[in-house]
Design a protein around this ligand. Structure first.
Ligand code: SAH
Length: 646
């Protein structure tokens, strides 16, 4: 039974609407007019499986606190505010069904459900929001992830995917060695003949609806496909013993599985399986002049199907430059929704292939189009997995690319949560590995998806952090390397990118650097040309620093000093200020900002003569105005230009 309690007229209306919507399932406990609300709540708490309280959460917490017995016994409780705007799942989100109840209440009242249980609110990666297309029944698998049911994760290769929750037990990619060709045991997931499912794929819809399952026959990989062997049955049963099972996901005979693979595979019977299709395959195609779209598409499809490869993993078609305008090939690429990349005949001719032939040599000047183009498109570390196949007028061959990892260099801003950009938040949740200084990790730990691997280290370990981040990305992971302010300003981006080769993707996410955060607090000190100078002489000789300060002084730039002063570095700031003072009056405005946007923020607007360097520490920036800067109403203002304003 669902107990309904209110304390106001608006609450009573809400109770009546719920009672009308759910006949026979609710008990109206009223408003406590004739006895204390506390005792009404206590009675309802003892009698009902679930409660909806039309009360402020604070009042509800105080009334419920003395009644709590334990997660297993307590009813699920939802509170609704006076305006029926929010239905808050307060107690028993999963076990007590309060999350679902909040949603149900909201459907009746038009309120918004407020869900705060970790998996639901912090989120698991929504399978339909993954960066790659999928095959299989997304809804039940997403439900299983949300409910914390154990899910097996199988990956053929490491692709830069977001973190999966802790209830996902991952089976690491097998060694890159070629398939032994042995038949798998009957319990094993089986690669498929695959024709039916592949034939049913809709290339224009990159996210698949559940496929009708066709009768499947086991097959073994062709000898040249270098397909890793599926994990064995022991690995699978380990998955089903996963800990942390908290949910009410329906028990499914074979459990739940996610495969990150370009192979068409049959999971054990009864297993709810979603296949994530990484962009791992490139198909080289050739064709005689006038070849039709249908013939190219048909050959590519049958080539993939016979090799047990998934169409959704195809990331490009590749051919020779001379065929860049061949209509049938161009239209085929469009039908698969992938780009057509082309190569010079000479480059194709210089590529070793298993099946060279005289015909293309005569026609376009290379002994191989399909195989050579596939190999070139797969780039370094790629490998031909299906040799050339022919139809009347077309050829096709398939190569598999090595995954490219992803390194996001993410600035977290000066400290306040609302100065972390939405893009930075998205990248933190896009990553499965976070690398950073421990104190910065603490700033954003609550934003990370459950299951994110955090590699944190202390001050001074910059080089090691940079190397770790790059190494993890090279291994194929999605990595976020974090830094305060902007991660490229006196921070980790440079050592990391100095290490990184072009075998990873790098994404920079700008952050609000300390100079900007401070400027906004000071007024408008950066209204004209300005420069940042770090006074740390740990890695830069002092004479270089002093030369730059002098140049800034002589050229009348506004200067922001980073790393201005620490316990071991006391004389550098006074020295730098004295150099500036040679070119500016003692009344030049100076802004001192300590811990911008953090709880211990301190802002002072003073002058060169008035500055007390004792107030400056390592969490401070000092901004010195130019000769036109003024203090206006206590704010530091540098005019836009000497002719703009006087
Ligand atoms: N990447 C950072 C700078 C790192 S260097 C950024 O873009 O902001 C470290 C120096 O930055 C500190 O010594 C201090 O001078 C400055 N700093 C960083 N955060 C600050 C803050 N919240 N308030 C004031 N200064 C800050």
């Amino acid at each position: 039974m669902i107990g309904l309690i209110h304390a106001t007229a608006a609450g009573r209306t809400g109770c009546e609407r719920l009672a009308a919507a759910w006949p026979g399932r609710t008990v109206l406990y009223g408003d406590g007019a004739d006895r204390p609300l506390r005792s009404v709540v206590a009675t309802a708490f003892a009698e009902c499986d679930q409660l909806v309280l039309f009360l402020a959460t604070g009042a509800a917490v105080r009334l419920l606190a003395p009644l709590l017995r334990g997660k297993a016994e307590d009813p699920g409780v939802v509170t609704v505010d006076e305006a029926h705007r929010h239905a808050v799942a307060l107690l028993g989100g999963h076990g007590g069904g309060a999350n679902d109840l909040a949603a149900a209440v909201s459907r009746v009242l038009g309120s918004a459900p407020v869900i705060t249980t970790a998996t639901d609110s912090v989120g698991t990666p929504a399978l339909d929001a993954l960066p790659y297309p999928t095959d299989g029944p997304l809804a039940p698998l997403t439900r299983a992830l949300l409910d914390g049911a154990p899910v097996r994760l199988h990956t053929d290769q490491t692709w830069p995917l977001p973190a999966f929750p802790l209830t996902v037990v991952s089976t690491p990619p097998p060694p890159a060695a070629a398939d032994s060709g042995e038949p798998s045991s009957p319990e094993d997931p089986q690669p498929l003949a695959g024709q039916a499912p592949i034939g049913q794929e809709q290339p224009s819809t990159r996210h698949a609806e559940p496929q009708a399952q066709a009768p499947h026959q086991p097959r073994t990989a062709p000898p040249n496909t270098a397909i890793p062997r599926p994990p064995d049955a022991a690995g699978a049963s380990e998955g089903s013993r996963a800990t942390g099972v908290a949910g009410a996901a329906p028990q499914v005979l074979g459990g739940y599985a996610v495969w990150v693979t370009d192979r068409v595979i049959r999971e054990a019977q009864g297993t709810v399986t979603v296949f994530v299709r990484p962009p791992s395959l490139v198909v080289g195609v050739g064709g005689s002049r006038g070849v039709g779209r249908a013939e190219v598409v048909g050959l590519v499809r049958s080539t993939l199907a016979e090799a047990g490869l998934a169409e959704k993993s195809v990331s490009a078609l590749a051919t020779v430059d001379a065929k860049a305008g061949e209509e049938g090939i161009v239209a085929a690429a469009a039908e698969f929704g992938v780009p057509l990349v082309t190569y010079a005949a000479a480059d194709l001719a210089g590529t070793a292939v298993p099946n060279p032939s005289a015909a293309p040599l005569a026609a376009v000047g290379t002994p191989s189009v399909a195989e050579a183009a596939a190999i070139l498109a797969a780039a370094d570390g790629g490998q031909l997995v299906v040799e050339k196949r022919k139809s009347a007028m077309a050829t096709a061959a398939v190569a598999r690319r090595r995954p490219r990892g992803r390194l996001a260099v993410v600035g977290l801003g000066p400290g306040a949560r609302d100065l972390v950009t939405p893009r930075a938040v998205a990248e933190l949740r896009r990553a499965s590995v976070i690398v950073g200084l421990d104190q910065y990790v603490d700033q954003i730990r609550d934003l990370l998806l459950p299951g994110t691997r955090v590699l944190e280290s202390g001050l001074g370990a910059e080089e090691e952090r940079a190397r770790t981040a790059v190494a993890e990305a090279r291994a194929g992971h999605a990595v976020a390397l974090i830094g305060s302010g902007d991660a490229g300003v006196y921070a980790m981006a440079s050592p990391a990118l100095a290490e990184a080769a072009d075998d990873i993707d790098v994404i920079g996410v700008p952050g609000v650097t300390a100079a900007l955060a401070a400027a906004a607090l000071l007024g408008a000190p950066l209204g004209h040309d300005h420069v940042s100078i770090s006074l740390s002489d740990l890695h830069t000789p002092w004479d270089v620093i002093e030369r730059r300060v002098r140049a800034a002084a002589e050229s009348d730039l506004v200067v922001t000093f980073y790393n201005p002063r620490s316990r071991g570095r006391a004389w550098q700031l006074p020295k730098a200020l004295s150099v500036l003072a040679e070119h500016r009056t003692p009344l030049t405005p100076v802004g001192v900002v300590h811990a911008a946007s953090r709880p211990d923020e301190r802002v002072e607007v003073t002058t060169l003569a008035g500055l007390d360097v004792g107030t400056v520490d390592m969490v401070t920036v000092v901004t010195v105005g130019n000769t036109a800067s003024r203090i206006v109403s206590g704010r530091m203002v540098t005019p836009r230009g000497y002719r703009w304003q006087s």
